[in-house]
Design a protein around this ligand. Sequence first.
Ligand SMILES: C[S@@+](CC[C@H](N)C(=O)[O-])C[C@H]1O[C@@H](n2cnc3c(N)ncnc32)[C@H](O)[C@@H]1O
Length: 233
Amino acid sequence: MRNTCSRCETNIYRIAYENNSQRRLNGFGWDYSASKSVVDIIRANNLSDRAKDKRALDLGCGDGRHIDYLRRLGFKVFGIDSCKEAIRLCRDRFRDDANVSLKLADLTVRDSISALGLFDLILDWSVLDHIRKKHQKAYLNNAFNALKHGGFFILSEFDRSYPGLFKGKNYRAKNGSYSCAFTINDLIKLLKPLELVDFKEGALEDEINNYRFNTVLMSIHNASYLSTNDQVN
Ligand SMILES: C[S@@+](CC[C@H](N)C(=O)[O-])C[C@H]1O[C@@H](n2cnc3c(N)ncnc32)[C@H](O)[C@@H]1O
Protein backbone atom coordinates (compact mmCIF):
# COMPACT_ATOMS: atom_id res chain seq x y z
CA MET A 1 0.00 0.00 0.00
CA ARG A 2 1.19 3.53 -0.74
CA ASN A 3 2.12 5.49 2.33
CA THR A 4 0.22 8.59 1.29
CA CYS A 5 -3.37 7.74 0.59
CA SER A 6 -5.72 10.35 -0.83
CA ARG A 7 -8.70 8.54 0.69
CA CYS A 8 -7.48 8.26 4.24
CA GLU A 9 -4.93 11.04 4.78
CA THR A 10 -2.36 8.51 5.93
CA ASN A 11 0.50 10.97 5.66
CA ILE A 12 -0.82 13.11 8.52
CA TYR A 13 -1.06 10.05 10.75
CA ARG A 14 2.43 8.95 9.78
CA ILE A 15 3.66 12.25 11.20
CA ALA A 16 1.59 11.73 14.36
CA TYR A 17 2.65 8.14 15.03
CA GLU A 18 6.29 8.33 13.97
CA ASN A 19 6.75 10.41 17.09
CA ASN A 20 3.96 9.01 19.21
CA SER A 21 5.38 9.97 22.60
CA GLN A 22 5.47 13.62 21.44
CA ARG A 23 2.23 13.39 19.48
CA ARG A 24 0.11 15.52 21.79
CA LEU A 25 2.81 18.18 22.08
CA ASN A 26 2.71 18.35 18.29
CA GLY A 27 -1.01 19.16 18.33
CA PHE A 28 -2.43 15.66 17.69
CA GLY A 29 -4.54 15.97 20.79
CA TRP A 30 -6.26 12.61 21.24
CA ASP A 31 -5.30 10.86 24.44
CA TYR A 32 -3.03 7.88 25.17
CA SER A 33 -5.61 6.15 27.37
CA ALA A 34 -9.11 5.02 26.44
CA SER A 35 -11.76 7.66 25.81
CA LYS A 36 -13.84 8.37 28.93
CA SER A 37 -17.05 8.43 26.89
CA VAL A 38 -16.29 4.99 25.43
CA VAL A 39 -15.45 3.57 28.87
CA ASP A 40 -18.60 5.10 30.39
CA ILE A 41 -20.89 3.80 27.65
CA ILE A 42 -19.42 0.31 27.84
CA ARG A 43 -19.86 0.28 31.62
CA ALA A 44 -23.33 1.82 31.65
CA ASN A 45 -24.60 -0.77 29.17
CA ASN A 46 -22.85 -3.71 30.83
CA LEU A 47 -21.01 -4.57 27.64
CA SER A 48 -17.96 -5.61 29.64
CA ASP A 49 -19.95 -8.26 31.52
CA ARG A 50 -20.31 -10.08 28.22
CA ALA A 51 -16.80 -9.54 26.96
CA LYS A 52 -15.20 -12.92 27.64
CA ASP A 53 -14.37 -14.56 24.32
CA LYS A 54 -16.40 -12.03 22.37
CA ARG A 55 -14.88 -10.40 19.31
CA ALA A 56 -14.24 -6.64 19.12
CA LEU A 57 -13.04 -4.64 16.14
CA ASP A 58 -11.26 -1.31 16.57
CA LEU A 59 -11.56 0.66 13.33
CA GLY A 60 -8.65 3.08 12.80
CA CYS A 61 -6.97 1.73 15.93
CA GLY A 62 -4.08 4.24 15.98
CA ASP A 63 -1.55 3.43 18.71
CA GLY A 64 -3.88 0.82 20.20
CA ARG A 65 -5.20 2.64 23.27
CA HIS A 66 -8.67 1.11 22.79
CA ILE A 67 -7.29 -2.27 21.79
CA ASP A 68 -5.55 -2.29 25.15
CA TYR A 69 -8.72 -1.32 27.00
CA LEU A 70 -10.89 -3.89 25.20
CA ARG A 71 -8.45 -6.78 25.57
CA ARG A 72 -8.25 -6.09 29.32
CA LEU A 73 -12.03 -6.46 29.44
CA GLY A 74 -11.65 -9.92 27.90
CA PHE A 75 -12.44 -9.27 24.24
CA LYS A 76 -10.47 -10.85 21.42
CA VAL A 77 -9.57 -7.66 19.60
CA PHE A 78 -8.90 -6.94 15.98
CA GLY A 79 -7.31 -3.58 15.13
CA ILE A 80 -7.22 -2.11 11.65
CA ASP A 81 -5.55 1.05 10.47
CA SER A 82 -4.39 2.43 7.13
CA CYS A 83 -1.28 3.97 8.66
CA LYS A 84 1.80 1.71 8.68
CA GLU A 85 3.32 3.47 11.70
CA ALA A 86 0.13 2.93 13.73
CA ILE A 87 0.11 -0.78 12.91
CA ARG A 88 3.81 -1.01 13.66
CA LEU A 89 3.25 0.59 17.10
CA CYS A 90 0.45 -1.88 17.82
CA ARG A 91 2.49 -4.89 16.64
CA ASP A 92 5.20 -3.91 19.12
CA ARG A 93 2.80 -3.16 21.90
CA PHE A 94 0.75 -6.36 21.66
CA ARG A 95 3.32 -8.80 20.29
CA ASP A 96 2.86 -11.20 23.23
CA ASP A 97 -0.91 -11.15 23.21
CA ALA A 98 -2.53 -13.91 21.16
CA ASN A 99 -5.91 -12.20 21.64
CA VAL A 100 -4.89 -9.19 19.56
CA SER A 101 -4.75 -9.27 15.75
CA LEU A 102 -3.82 -6.41 13.48
CA LYS A 103 -4.31 -5.50 9.86
CA LEU A 104 -3.07 -2.69 7.65
CA ALA A 105 -6.00 -1.66 5.44
CA ASP A 106 -7.90 1.29 4.08
CA LEU A 107 -11.36 0.90 5.56
CA THR A 108 -13.04 2.81 2.76
CA VAL A 109 -12.09 0.06 0.30
CA ARG A 110 -14.94 -2.36 -0.24
CA ASP A 111 -14.52 -5.70 1.55
CA SER A 112 -11.42 -4.51 3.41
CA ILE A 113 -12.70 -6.34 6.50
CA SER A 114 -15.05 -8.94 5.09
CA ALA A 115 -12.59 -11.82 5.52
CA LEU A 116 -12.31 -11.26 9.27
CA GLY A 117 -15.69 -12.67 10.25
CA LEU A 118 -18.35 -11.02 12.38
CA PHE A 119 -17.86 -8.93 15.53
CA ASP A 120 -19.87 -8.46 18.72
CA LEU A 121 -18.56 -4.93 19.23
CA ILE A 122 -17.17 -2.44 16.73
CA LEU A 123 -15.55 0.79 17.82
CA ASP A 124 -14.80 3.91 15.83
CA TRP A 125 -13.19 6.69 17.83
CA SER A 126 -12.72 9.66 15.51
CA VAL A 127 -12.27 7.79 12.25
CA LEU A 128 -15.54 8.50 10.42
CA ASP A 129 -14.99 12.20 11.07
CA HIS A 130 -11.73 12.01 9.11
CA ILE A 131 -13.28 10.26 6.13
CA ARG A 132 -14.42 12.39 3.23
CA LYS A 133 -18.17 12.46 2.67
CA LYS A 134 -17.96 10.59 -0.64
CA HIS A 135 -16.29 7.60 1.09
CA GLN A 136 -18.36 7.52 4.28
CA LYS A 137 -21.02 5.10 3.06
CA ALA A 138 -18.45 2.64 1.78
CA TYR A 139 -16.69 2.82 5.15
CA LEU A 140 -19.93 2.34 7.09
CA ASN A 141 -21.05 -0.52 4.86
CA ASN A 142 -17.83 -2.34 5.63
CA ALA A 143 -18.50 -1.87 9.34
CA PHE A 144 -22.20 -2.80 9.18
CA ASN A 145 -21.44 -5.96 7.26
CA ALA A 146 -18.94 -7.00 9.95
CA LEU A 147 -21.38 -6.49 12.82
CA LYS A 148 -23.10 -9.54 14.31
CA HIS A 149 -26.84 -9.47 14.63
CA GLY A 150 -27.42 -7.99 18.08
CA GLY A 151 -23.88 -6.62 18.11
CA PHE A 152 -22.96 -3.08 19.17
CA PHE A 153 -21.32 -0.24 17.26
CA ILE A 154 -19.79 2.65 19.21
CA LEU A 155 -18.84 5.82 17.38
CA SER A 156 -17.27 8.90 18.87
CA GLU A 157 -16.94 11.84 16.47
CA PHE A 158 -16.36 15.60 16.50
CA ASP A 159 -19.38 17.44 17.87
CA ARG A 160 -20.93 19.69 15.24
CA SER A 161 -23.02 21.59 17.81
CA TYR A 162 -19.95 23.05 19.44
CA PRO A 163 -19.61 26.53 17.93
CA GLY A 164 -15.84 26.74 18.39
CA LEU A 165 -15.14 23.82 16.04
CA PHE A 166 -13.52 24.51 12.64
CA LYS A 167 -14.32 28.22 12.97
CA GLY A 168 -18.06 27.60 12.79
CA LYS A 169 -17.99 25.30 9.73
CA ASN A 170 -18.86 21.61 9.90
CA TYR A 171 -15.74 20.43 8.12
CA ARG A 172 -12.13 21.44 7.65
CA ALA A 173 -9.68 20.45 4.91
CA LYS A 174 -6.22 21.68 5.78
CA ASN A 175 -2.62 20.59 5.17
CA GLY A 176 -3.69 17.30 3.61
CA SER A 177 -6.04 16.39 6.43
CA TYR A 178 -9.83 16.29 6.41
CA SER A 179 -12.14 16.56 9.40
CA CYS A 180 -15.91 16.85 9.66
CA ALA A 181 -18.35 16.95 12.53
CA PHE A 182 -21.71 15.48 13.47
CA THR A 183 -24.59 16.06 15.83
CA ILE A 184 -26.08 13.03 17.58
CA ASN A 185 -28.96 13.21 15.10
CA ASP A 186 -26.59 13.31 12.13
CA LEU A 187 -25.04 10.08 13.41
CA ILE A 188 -28.38 8.40 13.99
CA LYS A 189 -29.47 9.25 10.43
CA LEU A 190 -26.20 8.14 8.90
CA LEU A 191 -26.21 4.87 10.80
CA LYS A 192 -29.73 3.81 9.90
CA PRO A 193 -30.94 1.05 10.12
CA LEU A 194 -29.01 0.65 13.36
CA GLU A 195 -30.89 1.85 16.42
CA LEU A 196 -29.68 4.20 19.12
CA VAL A 197 -29.11 2.47 22.48
CA ASP A 198 -27.24 5.20 24.39
CA PHE A 199 -25.28 8.39 23.78
CA LYS A 200 -23.04 11.00 25.39
CA GLU A 201 -23.11 14.51 24.05
CA GLY A 202 -20.38 17.12 23.79
CA ALA A 203 -17.66 15.51 25.95
CA LEU A 204 -14.34 17.33 25.95
CA GLU A 205 -12.01 14.54 24.76
CA ASP A 206 -9.20 16.58 23.25
CA GLU A 207 -8.21 19.19 25.79
CA ILE A 208 -5.26 20.34 23.72
CA ASN A 209 -7.42 21.54 20.84
CA ASN A 210 -10.54 21.96 22.95
CA TYR A 211 -12.47 19.51 20.76
CA ARG A 212 -15.74 18.04 21.94
CA PHE A 213 -17.10 14.67 20.85
CA ASN A 214 -20.48 13.04 20.47
CA THR A 215 -20.57 9.34 21.25
CA VAL A 216 -23.35 6.95 20.21
CA LEU A 217 -23.97 3.31 21.04
CA MET A 218 -25.93 1.72 18.19
CA SER A 219 -27.22 -1.80 17.71
CA ILE A 220 -28.75 -3.99 15.07
CA HIS A 221 -32.01 -5.58 15.93
CA ASN A 222 -34.14 -6.55 12.97
CA ALA A 223 -32.24 -4.34 10.63
CA SER A 224 -31.44 -5.07 7.05
CA TYR A 225 -28.16 -3.57 6.00
CA LEU A 226 -27.79 -0.60 3.67
CA SER A 227 -29.02 -1.51 0.24
CA THR A 228 -26.39 -2.18 -2.40
CA ASN A 229 -27.62 0.96 -4.21
CA ASP A 230 -26.33 3.04 -1.33
CA GLN A 231 -22.84 1.65 -1.58
CA VAL A 232 -20.07 3.85 -2.85
CA ASN A 233 -17.22 2.09 -4.55
C1 LIG B 1 -7.83 10.62 15.21
S1 LIG B 1 -7.01 9.10 14.97
C2 LIG B 1 -7.82 8.10 16.19
C3 LIG B 1 -7.03 6.85 16.50
C4 LIG B 1 -7.70 5.87 17.45
N1 LIG B 1 -9.05 5.50 17.02
C5 LIG B 1 -7.73 6.36 18.87
O1 LIG B 1 -8.80 6.39 19.46
O2 LIG B 1 -6.68 6.69 19.40
C6 LIG B 1 -7.73 8.49 13.44
C7 LIG B 1 -7.18 7.14 13.02
O3 LIG B 1 -7.93 6.65 11.93
C8 LIG B 1 -7.05 6.09 10.96
N2 LIG B 1 -7.71 6.18 9.66
C9 LIG B 1 -8.14 7.30 9.04
N3 LIG B 1 -8.70 7.00 7.85
C10 LIG B 1 -8.63 5.64 7.72
C11 LIG B 1 -9.03 4.72 6.72
N4 LIG B 1 -9.61 5.12 5.60
N5 LIG B 1 -8.80 3.41 6.92
C12 LIG B 1 -8.19 2.97 8.05
N6 LIG B 1 -7.79 3.80 9.04
C13 LIG B 1 -8.00 5.12 8.88
C14 LIG B 1 -5.81 6.95 11.07
O4 LIG B 1 -4.66 6.34 10.53
C15 LIG B 1 -5.73 7.20 12.56
O5 LIG B 1 -5.00 6.20 13.23
